[in-house]
Design a protein around this ligand. Structure first.
Ligand code: PMP
Length: 359
């Protein structure tokens, strides 16, 4: 029996995709082998890879002057790859700190750049996005990095930063494909796959052509954007199974109505959950309303001593992985694309009933 899985990642995947994978697992396209067992250089796999890229390009309306790369090393690998590809060691780079993941990106950048300027810091509690007017950006920065959706704190940017000529770099790991996006506003977008794209092991990078010539000589080949773009992301063996599944997820998003429909569905889901939280005296979400994530909804109980009971009763009701991140405690419901609205409605009913019994 399938449960309602609120995991932050690796996260729930669309059931029709899993069923297709299951149906064709041992004999993919009549070849008598699984897709995992064929060469990444075979015509059949190259077609899988190209189709996945085309689907993603269509979904996000990615302009022709951007490359799409399917890499390894997760989003954390990109924390290092970005400075190595886009900034000289003595360049200044700007970062906005709105949560644990921005902080990690900043920490890694410090290993690769002498001057890492934190232009704005939501500091400590992470419940807000500092207004752009207050940012202390540096003159001539190589890029500005931010995290549009902080997976742990549930903090999302309600705007896309205006950086003029400075390339804007964004970690969309936990919000890619949740709504339409104007890719042309960015120099580089990256996202680990394990939330809205597919299984873990893959990170998607969308990078503007004019940024491909800046890599340091010491940049590892597998993370060198120019080299990977020239070699179709296959300088070495890519994670073929994840790539194939990503293609199926992209197709599922298109068949579900594309990003506009996904956004409407996601906003409806999030509204249901935040209304339930705000309308109760028992649950609480600390994030400033304009900055609330539609993908990750953390909440606490008025009686933290009931956390364990909440989690175990939820589990019995088929609602799993609601425990908050170890660094913040409480609960967190991650409601990515694959979580249907009925799943969120079931969670809301459970929460109301739990409050009625224990509140
Ligand atoms: N950035 C964000 C916003 C994330 O949510 C995560 C993982 N949850 C990461 C980066 C790190 O991703 P990975 O584990 O793929 O390195």
């Amino acid at each position: 029996m399938r449960v309602l899985n609120f995991s932050a990642g690796p996260a729930a995947l669309p059931l029709p995709v899993l069923e297709q994978v299951q149906a064709e697992l041992s004999d993919w396209q009549g070849g008598g082998m699984s897709v995992m067992e064929i060469s990444h250089r075979s015509k059949a796999f190259i077609r899988v890879a190209e189709e996945a890229e085309q689907e993603l390009r269509a979904l996000l309306a990615i302009p022709a002057n951007y490359k799409v790369l399917f890499l390894q090393g997760g989003a954390s690998g990109q924390f290092a790859a970005i400075p190595m590809n886009l900034a000289a060691a003595d360049a200044t780079v700007d970062y906005i700190n709105t949560g644990n993941w921005s902080k990690k990106a900043i920490g890694e950048a410090k290993n690769h750049c002498v001057r890492v300027n934190v232009a704005a810091d939501a500091g400590g509690a992470y419940t807000d996005v500092p207004p752009e007017s207050a940012w202390q950006r540096s003159e001539g920065a190589a890029y500005l990095h931010y995290t549009p959706n902080e997976t742990i704190g549930g903090v999302a940017f309600p705007f896309i930063p205006q950086t003029g000529g400075v390339p804007l770099v964004a970690d969309f790991s936990s919000s890619i494909l949740s709504e339409p996006l104007d890719v042309s506003r960015f120099g580089l977008i990256y996202a680990g796959a394990q939330k809205n794209i597919g299984p873990s092991g893959l990170v998607v990078v969308i990078v503007r052509d004019d940024l491909l010539d800046r890599a340091r000589k010491t940049t590892p080949s597998i993370w060198n954007y120019k080299q990977m773009a020239a070699e179709g992301s296959m300088s070495n063996t890519p994670p073929t199974f994840g790539w194939y599944m990503a293609g199926l997820v992209f197709k599922w998003v298109r068949e579900t109505g594309g990003l506009a429909a996904m956004a409407e569905r996601n906003r409806r889901k999030a509204a249901m959950l935040y209304e339930a939280i705000d309308g109760s005296g028992f649950y609480r979400n600390p994030v400033a309303k304009p900055c609330r994530s539609i993908m990750n909804v953390p909440f606490t109980l008025a009686k933290p001593e009931l956390d364990k009971a909440f989690l175990s009763e939820a589990q019995k009701a088929g609602l799993v992985n609601l425990e908050g991140h170890r660094s913040v405690g409480g609960m967190r419901a991650s409601i990515y694309n694959a979580m249907p609205p009925e799943g969120v409605a079931t969670l809301v009913s459970f929460m109301r009933e739990f409050e009625r019994k224990n509140g």
